[in-house]
Write a protein that binds this ligand. Structure first.
Ligand SMILES: NC(=O)c1ccc[n+]([C@@H]2O[C@H](COP(=O)([O-])OP(=O)(O)OC[C@H]3O[C@@H](n4cnc5c(N)ncnc54)[C@H](OP(=O)(O)O)[C@@H]3O)[C@@H](O)[C@H]2O)c1
Length: 260
């Protein structure tokens, strides 16, 4: 069992949605937190909510769509707390909606930089010290679309598919090192993620499938999977259903998703 009490956890995308809820869950388990996102004032508010004294929960505003900032970010966190990071949670992500030919390529690059490259760079920056200590965790928040690409969300789907394969490879690479890889694959969640997406399409609107899941419940499941050092991916219910349909009845999903 992994004990989060007293551990230092860096959470990306902690200013909203699942990231903020994960921060609350890890704090409830006694962890110290480095909160990362772009909106510093929102992070400060959450830091105050979780630690009035301002010692154990601190905010580190950073735009992770520039992954070259990651080593400096990690250095800032290590200096502020005076110790190495025990757990990195890569949760921050963006998406947009629209036909491939209507999407500016710069947006695709930015999306991959945030959703994929920033997570890879975070892992590669902290893994050396985790392996040396023989302990630590990389927690990656994936998505059900990593198994089944969604029309009009090709870039987002493929960034999550890249993350899934990266996590599979890393999980086995870490065998025997004492470092765990926890890969969570939620389905739709009750957050602002979909509403905040840019829509480049002139003819289609984003529609979601299935009832969105509660983020407090999802955060609790992710924390429990980490505590139990569960290396096999954990699934949201609707993502689990999507995975099985992808395998057993891909034609049915084609029929559901195909544009008329
Ligand atoms: N919502 C869903 O239906 C759903 C389904 C499956 C998987 N997921 C995954 O779950 C995770 C959390 O999603 P959510 O629904 O909680 O999203 P959300 O409510 O939109 O929150 C996204 C977080 O990412 C941060 N962020 C966005 N751009 C950033 C950037 N350039 N640099 C640093 N931080 C940035 C945002 O903070 P700032 O704006 O302050 O930067 C915010 O804290 C994501 O990995 C998402 O792919 C979501």
């Amino acid at each position: 069992m992994y004990d989060y009490n007293g551990k230092l956890i860096l959470v990306t995308g902690a200013s909203a949605g699942l990231g903020a809820e994960l921060a609350r869950a890890y704090r409830g388990a006694g962890a110290k937190l480095a909160l990362v996102a772009r909106r510093g004032e929102v992070l400060e508010k959450l830091a105050k909510e979780l630690d009035d004294a301002g010692q154990d929960v601190r905010s580190f505003p950073c735009d992770l769509s520039q992954p070259e900032k990651v080593p400096e970010l990690v250095q800032q966190v290590v200096s502020a707390f005076g110790r190495d990071i025990d757990v990195v949670v890569h949760n921050a992500a963006m998406s947009f909606y629209g036909e491939v030919e209507l999407t500016p390529f710069e947006e695709v690059r930015k999306l991959f930089d945030l959703n994929f490259h920033a997570g890879v760079h975070l892992a590669s920056t902290v893994l050396g010290s985790m392996k040396k200590r023989g302990s630590g965790q990389i927690v990656w928040i994936g998505s059900g679309v990593s198994y089944r690409g969604m029309p009009f969300s090709a870039a987002y789907s493929s960034s999550k598919a890249a993350a899934r394969v990266f996590c599979e490879a890393l999980r086995n690479e870490l065998g025997g090192t004492g470092v765990d890889l926890i890969h969570a694959i939620p389905g739709a969640l009750k957050t602002e993620f979909n509403a905040s997406q840019k829509n480049y399409s002139q003819t289609h609107d984003l529609k979601t499938t299935g009832a969105p899941a509660d983020i407090t419940d999802m955060a609790a499941r992710i924390l429990e999977a980490g505590r139990r050092q569960r290396s096999f991916p954990i699934f949201g219910r609707n993502a689990w259903l999507g995975l099985h349909l992808t395998y057993w009845a891909p034609w049915l999903l084609d029929r559901l998703f195909r544009v008329k």
